[in-house]
Design a protein around this ligand. Sequence first.
Ligand SMILES: Nc1nc2c(c(=O)[nH]1)N[C@H]1C(S)=C(S)[C@@H](COP(=O)(O)OP(=O)(O)OC[C@H]3O[C@@H](n4cnc5c(=O)[nH]c(N)nc54)[C@H](O)[C@@H]3O)O[C@H]1N2
Ligand SMILES: Nc1nc2c(c(=O)[nH]1)N[C@H]1C(S)=C(S)[C@@H](COP(=O)(O)OP(=O)(O)OC[C@H]3O[C@@H](n4cnc5c(=O)[nH]c(N)nc54)[C@H](O)[C@@H]3O)O[C@H]1N2
Ligand SMILES: [Mo]
Length: 765
Amino acid sequence: MTRENPKVEEADESELEVSGHPKTWAAGVPGVYHSMQPALKHMGVGRAGKTLLALNQKDGFDCMSCAWPDPGHRKTFEFCENGAKAVTWEATPVVIGSDFWAEHPVSELRKRSEYWLGMQGRLTEPVYRKAGEDHYRPVSWDEAFRIVADKLKSLPSPDEAAFYTSGRTSNEAAFLYQLFIRAYGTNNLPDCSNMCHESSGWAMGQTIGIGKATVSYDDFGKADLIIIMGQNPGTNHPRMLTALEEAKEAGCSIVAVNPLPEAGLMRYKNPQKVKGIIGRGTDLADQFLQIRIGGDMALLQAVSKRVLDAEAANPGTVLDHAFLEEHCEGLEELRAHLANLDDAAVLEATGLRAEEIDELAARYLAADKVIITWAMGVTQQKKGVATIKEIINLLLLRGNIGKPGAGASPIRGHSNVQGDRTMGIWEQMPPAFMDALGKEFNFEPPRTHGYDAVETVRRMADGSIKAFIALGGNFVGAISDTTAAEAAMEKTELSVQISTKLNRSHTVTGTEALILPTLGRSEIDRQETGPQFVSVEDTVCAVHASHGTVEPVAPGLLSEVAIVCRMAEATVGGRTTADWAGFEKDYDLIREHISHVVNGCEDYNRKIRQDGGFILPNGPRDSRTFHTPTGKAILTVNELEHVQRPEGTLILQSMRSHDQFNTTIYGHNDRYRGIKKGREVVFVNPEDLTELGIADGDHVDVRGVYPDNVERVLRNYRVVSYPSARGCAAAYYPEANVLVPLESVAEGSQTPASKAVIVKLEPVG
Ligand SMILES: Nc1nc2c(c(=O)[nH]1)N[C@H]1C(S)=C(S)[C@@H](COP(=O)(O)OP(=O)(O)OC[C@H]3O[C@@H](n4cnc5c(=O)[nH]c(N)nc54)[C@H](O)[C@@H]3O)O[C@H]1N2
Ligand SMILES: Nc1nc2c(c(=O)[nH]1)N[C@H]1C(S)=C(S)[C@@H](COP(=O)(O)OP(=O)(O)OC[C@H]3O[C@@H](n4cnc5c(=O)[nH]c(N)nc54)[C@H](O)[C@@H]3O)O[C@H]1N2
Ligand SMILES: [Mo]
């Protein structure tokens, strides 16, 4: 039933349609309709039913579209429109046949869009691009692993290789992958998290001793106030809207802080309820703060200052003194620092009125239990780490960490990005983990820190990284400064991509390149001891099993676990006590080792088989235990700074449309923002347009404005007049990555500052 090489047309941007106004609601009947349509069309009713019904069910597989948790009370259809798109994209039985590689030279594939590449179908056999050749050709698995092992063994130092991980990889594959890499001898483990929630990990690690959410799923239903900052749940975490609706029904207020009036934040029609189908839905946000890009740090400081002022006016009644005294340090320093907060600077940074900030402070003071959630609008900023530290400050002041209905909640992106970290995918895992790993497998893991994503590009560029291996993802598509990143990748000697589908990173390669095709999460993973399941961790630290349910799209595919095992056996077999051949046959053996090495995973094989899995321990959440050097949560002082905008420029954020998953483009519509049949648009506030003398519908070059004077430009983009905050523009990622300089990163975390790019619009034609 598989099909080969469908005819896929590139989008014709001249057909772009703009409806002129954003939608004010998300989901409802159109959501369900849209979600079912692609699945039925491409997969046939049987396969579509099997996959969609298995999504997020007890014996089914974990949805790969985001890391939002499953409620304890699952509904049959615990999926959303964008989850359905992700599953369809993966499980559609369209495959790339052997003749594809002879027909399409790499130089031609390189001109193709991400959309076209992804739509060619699933990769089914290993292919190799030899030095000097413009074509990939099929190779056997054995030959592929030999090529990898020969190259890795030939490098003078293991630190001349880097091993990337994207966040779909299961716990089992991730654990083995980092073991393989450390047995090989390096900590060069850049991952997608470096470009995503790294700022959250840094800020939370330093202040409360753990880089993960301090809430569980049920806390959302118990909160009095939920503040959502820099996140677009209607598109990127649609199932979160159900939890928000439930919270509202229980009396919770919701505040949205965003430069854009995103549909899902304003109103929600629940497709699982009659009211959502026929009514106007639930008004979600009680307050919408249309903040300037990068203004969140100022807003948070201003709210904390109002909290401290309220305490000063009524001593002993506002702060949670018992909590602060027993569990925190740094209150006096914070008080002294905020006493001098420059109100004018706050208004300039945020673009808000003082009364709006007063209202938010009043809401915060009126609430006993507060959750603050955030995503990329906060983390991908120069001051991302400091901003998240201010979130922690505000929560700590009134004891909003470690009590029911309250906490800090970074909402993670990739469905297992958090689990991968738990399993050791990090360029700087702590010594205790290394000790346990070395002891378990009888070897000495390397101790010096490795390179993160941005550093990996720098090192490829200067020639010191010669081999690049990626377990999933699309590194050159996802990282900033596309032109520089691609040039860097081309300087490597070997690049290897373990992938389900084609993307940009298969077309911009090292001197030699390999593509190793793998099973997707939706597919049955049969090994010698029978079908295997894997495990994943969601954004609130819940770990559960994921069972593939449909037949693999092609017979020759290996699982990620099998690929890692064979690559390891060929490269580092015998260097440790790891039984690589045994792991591939029986994933319980891997989990047995995980239970000895990874904190909180003791007795993993039993706990993972429990109904719904288990929740990892979390000091702040469970017992107000903070693993910081002093054992206390730390209130921090952060110097206020905001993004400066030279005259004539705008601050541009790069964001996701409704029809994409990261660099994977499903289609060319962005339904909630009124865009159809195109992606080459730049959204600009109407008053800014007037000031710039540019009109809606004009075409412009969007040019990055940075002191290094490197040309970074998006050509011929259509201007869309859109109610963004003043001075703030938006365009879609990954295209906009050409505008982000590699050196423009968050201080501390090195996360590319993809949400604050200084640009100029230059009219064309
Ligand atoms: N369907 C779908 N689901 C996904 C993904 C996908 O691509 N498609 N990606 C997954 C991944 S890996 C991730 S990390 C998440 C991403 O989830 P999001 O973080 O929601 O993704 P973005 O589209 O980058 O949206 C950023 C939001 O931040 C706002 N914003 C921008 N700048 C600022 C600012 O300075 N301050 C504030 N307060 N807001 C700002 C933008 O207007 C936008 O609403 O989603 C995950 N889920
Ligand atoms: N300008 C800008 N840049 C950004 C962002 C932004 O907001 N703006 N967001 C950043 C964020 S939050 C993230 S997380 C990164 C994402 O960076 P990545 O994780 O590297 O990118 P993805 O687009 O998610 O990777 C998609 C590819 O993964 C492969 N794949 C899919 N499923 C599987 C699987 O099950 N196994 C394997 N082995 N491969 C699979 C497919 O080949 C697919 O083409 O991008 C970052 N880059
Ligand atoms: Mo992400």
